[in-house]
Design a protein around this ligand. Structure first.
Ligand code: ASP
Length: 280
């Protein structure tokens, strides 16, 4: 059993010592709590659990604390992939729900598993998700000051459970100031992908991640026989060739873990019950 979570990149407004310490503590706590949860739950249930905790933490750009788009509204995206069943579900640009990842989880049982915009919100309401604003005063202040932090702070989790099943989940408030209708990578297979060999969650500039097909590419390389390290390294070499800005966490079926980032300010934590690593 093993778990890795990430909290995206630091944004320029986050660089203070206090925010770094707060993120370290939060990641440590959430990785530990989620590992405890993993002991009695599947990888799919656990990645949702971890991402929900990250969405609820105001430090990150997902759920509470999401970025505001160019028209002053918050629209969030989240996805879930079960490596064992090879099923992907997600919501794109959903408004006014507390935990987009939980809507993705409920969608997993449907034939139509990725919903966008008003359809995603309608589905959430029909499934008892209350209307909830995830706006926090700091984001509104940044929006009003036209301070574009470029997003950053997307969250994600990949996990391997006791039965050897893998899963990945990712959630984001987007880039901030994006055009209405822009699609984030976080609810696509470029930003979040898993199969029985490997699971990956990404963060960074969605357009770069989609252009590089980052998560799906790493997973397919591992499936085709690359080691996890070689798969992630080759994929990031290609990402850098297009000047991409991204980071990824990955885990394979043997419990190997890896991470890469094109810029060294990605924050993440891994835990396997004994060894604990936090990178900030
Ligand atoms: N990948 C997210 C997006 O482009 C943003 C981020 O990870 O910071 O929507």
């Amino acid at each position: 059993m093993k778990i890795i979570i990430h909290g995206g990149f630091f944004s320029e407004s986050d660089q203070s010592h206090d925010v770094k310490i707060a993120k370290q503590n939060s990641l440590k706590e959430i990785a530990k709590t989620s590992y405890e949860f993993l002991k009695n739950h599947s990888a799919e249930e656990t990645v949702v659990h971890a991402v929900k905790l990250l969405e609820d933490d105001l430090l990150y750009n997902a759920g509470m604390g999401s970025q505001i788009q160019s028209d002053g509204k918050i629209r969030m995206s989240a996805s879930l992939m079960n490596g064992k069943t090879q099923k992907f579900s997600g919501v794109i640009n959903i408004e006014n729900v507390k935990n987009p990842i939980e809507v993705a989880q409920v969608l997993m049982k449907e034939d139509d598993r990725v919903l966008g915009g008003t359809g995603a919100k309608k589905y959430a309401t029909e499934n008892d998700f209350e209307d909830f604003s995830t706006e926090i005063p700091q984001r509104r202040k940044e929006y009003e000051a036209k301070l574009n932090t470029g997003g950053k702070g997307t969250v994600g989790c990949v996990a391997l459970d006791r039965e050897g099943r893998l899963a990945a989940a990712t959630s984001t408030g987007g880039k901030g100031f994006e055009l209405v209708g822009r699609i984030s990578d976080s609810a696509t297979v470029a930003g979040n992908f898993a199969n029985e060999y490997c699971a990956v969650s990404c963060t960074g500039v969605g357009e770069d991640i989609v252009s590089n097909a980052t998560a799906a590419k790493i997973v397919i390389r591992v499936t085709d026989g690359f080691s996890l390290n070689d798969a992630i390294e080759k994929t990031f070499t290609e990402l850098k060739e297009i000047d991409g800005f991204a980071g990824a966490i990955a885990i394979d079926k043997n419990g190997n873990i890896a991470h890469q980032d094109s810029h060294p300010t990605m924050v993440f934590a891994s835990y396997d019950g004994t060894d604990f690593e936090v990178f900030t």
